[in-house]
Design a protein around this ligand. Structure first.
Ligand code: KIV
Ligand code: ZN
Length: 559
């Protein structure tokens, strides 16, 4: 018999599905499972102090429901619950949640860990897929229902014995996406009835996990919509989503399942969790934020959050992780850099044109909203374009390279980064600018230039130039109808280069008495072509003269 190794999962038959036509307009509630699903999957799980620091971080971000462990499974988890409660570490509006299997002694132990809690969620789970029931437990559906209902009754009675605590109940049919749906609804109905306390104000949480991502995201959404439509007590349950990322689509699955009726999302920061992890809550929440939805989670200092999580988990965050990765908002390529540069300068026009304050090419959100404004959006390597290089010089060093000079600067930066064979820093870009355009090596050195207005017509200038050519000092005198033209007329015969200067750009850097002028001068060569030089001086004419000497050295270097 030829049995294939793999088969596509049966698509869920739902011709009248509604979710594809819906749009998300409000946020789900969030439950962090970092300290349970996330922690259990770390090569080196966190110690109690690290867990406490992580817990405090989650509270600062704004999580109101935090699964803090599996207190009946290990002494460490048990002790951590006790510590949180006894040291009064739990903010008044935060529920901590503890996981348990549907086994009497484990439930008993869970409640011991919960003693004295203000707000707690007991989370019971049982696997409901035929795969698990036959291959792992050797139980049938009936046995599963009995165990889950008995567990729920026990949880109800232990919760009733703690009237001073607000104890809620969450039930998870593990492997929901591999479970027969009518059976799952029947089981959850039995759980609801056994709990018997759910109301719209204090709903039962039904957490419907994609324990292993075996299906495409649209199947998950179909199953959630079908479940919601067929569960008889919909008003008094919260439908919770819990997606794992085995096929890399947990975020998509979660978003579609929210359209299909999910009210709450369980996941972890940056997707820590078993195997390829749980859904990344930073991505889901910021995706909603990017669509103008208030999520109640504060990621305005995302780099700090990322650094803390990296330190506590011992696991680095991938460079290209959405929102948090080092390169999440970085453009290396020239066309992207150029477009970002233009877009950032034209934000006001974009606001008018698109009716929103942020619409920038290649950046779907403003990195500043995530506390990343200080970082370089544009990074330089041999692929970088002139716009990006100009942006780095302007942003980091206050140097506004004129458009006409940018191609020449790009050539120099490209040659340098090709030689280096790596990304180059903003400081290196600035050094290239200084070494190649302000102080290039070459045969000419300015000793001095003395422009003197004519005694009868002060717009007419007599200039005296002294320069060194290959170490030999030379002097020339010439006139012109301005200080620059007098200089060009005087210097041309000394350097033996036929050039003219028609125009130049200037820029002030610094303020007050310390202000300096930067002159960017294009030297038009008689033979064709333009070469730029840049000069710096407190006097603008002297800055332009220095720029001409720099340009002449560049020309000599190219010969
Ligand atoms: O992935 C899963 O199914 C779980 C359950 C315990 C909810 O983590
Ligand atoms: Zn899980």
């Amino acid at each position: 018999m030829n049995i294939p190794k793999y088969k596509a999962p049966e698509p869920f038959q739902m011709p009248d599905r509604q979710w594809p036509a819906r749009t998300l307009t409000s946020s789900p509630s969030w439950c962090s499972v970092d300290l349970r699903d996330g922690n259990q999957a770390l090569p080196s799980p966190m110690d109690p102090d690290q867990k406490l620091e992580y817990f405090q971080l989650l509270c600062r971000i704004g999580f109101k429901e935090i699964e803090t462990g599996f207190p009946s499974a290990s002494q460490d988890d048990f002790d951590f619950f006790r510590r949180l409660i006894e040291e009064n570490q739990i903010p008044d509006d935060v529920f901590i949640m503890g996981l348990t299997q549907c086994r009497p002694h484990l439930i008993e132990r869970t409640f011991e860990a919960f003693q004295g809690i203000k707000k707690g969620i007991v989370h019971a789970y049982i696997a409901t897929s035929d795969l698990h029931m036959t291959q792992v437990f050797g139980t049938g559906r009936k046995g599963t229902v009995n165990a889950a209902v008995e567990a729920t009754r026990q949880i109800r009675s232990l919760a009733d014995a703690m009237p001073e605590s607000d104890i809620r109940y969450e039930f998870s049919p593990e492997e929901f996406t591999d479970t027969d749906m009518p059976f799952c609804v029947e089981l959850c109905k039995a759980i609801y009835e056994a709990w018997g306390k759910a109301t719209p104000e204090r709903p039962l949480i039904l957490n419907l996990p994609a324990t292993v991502e075996r299906r495409p995201p649209n199947h998950y959404a179909d199953m959630i919509e079908w479940f919601c439509g067929n569960f008889p007590y919909r008003d008094s349950v919260k439908i919770s989503l819990h997606a794992h990322n085995d096929q890399g689509m947990a975020v998509a699955a979660t978003e579609l399942a929210l359209l299909a009726g999910g009210d709450r999302v369980e996941g972890t920061l940056f997707g820590h969790g078993e195997r390829t992890g749980n859904v990344d809550l930073v991505t889901v929440a910021n995706n909603l934020f990017s669509r103008g939805i208030e999520t109640g989670l504060d990621f305005s200092r995302l780099s700090d959050v990322a650094a803390t999580v990296e330190r506590l988990t011992g696991m680095p965050i991938y460079y290209r992780q959405p929102y948090a990765g080092e390169y999440a908002f970085t453009a290396f390529s020239g066309s992207h850099q150029d477009a970002i540069n233009k877009g950032m300068h034209r934000l006001k026009d974009a606001a008018k044109a698109f009716g929103m304050k942020w619409k920038v090419p290649y950046l779907h959100v403003d990195p500043a909203d995530l506390g990343r404004s200080f970082e370089r959006l544009i990074r330089i390597n041999s692929q970088s374009g002139k716009g990006g290089i100009a942006w780095v010089l302007e942003e980091d060093h206050g140097v506004r390279v004129p458009k006409a000079m940018q191609p020449e600067l790009r050539e120099e930066v490209q040659a340098y980064s090709e030689e280096a064979g790596r990304e180059i820093s903003s400081e290196e870009v600035y050094s290239i600018f200084r070494n190649k355009f302000v102080n290039p090596e070459g045969p000419f050195r300015l000793v001095g230039y003395w422009p003197r207005p004519d005694s009868r017509d002060p717009t007419f200038i007599h200039g005296e130039v002294r320069i060194c050519v290959n170490g030999e000092e030379k002097t020339a005198v010439a006139d012109g109808n301005g200080p620059i033209s007098a200089f060009v007329n005087a210097v041309s015969p000394l350097v033996d280069i036929d050039f003219s200067v028609d125009d130049y750009h200037e820029q002030a850097v610094g303020k007050g008495a310390d202000a300096q002028a930067l002159a960017y001068v294009p030297l038009q060569l008689a033979g064709n072509g333009v070469v730029f030089g840049v000069g710096v001086d407190s006097n603008i004419d002297q800055a332009a003269v220095r720029a001409i000497i720099a340009g002449l050295n560049r020309i000599a270097g190219k010969k």
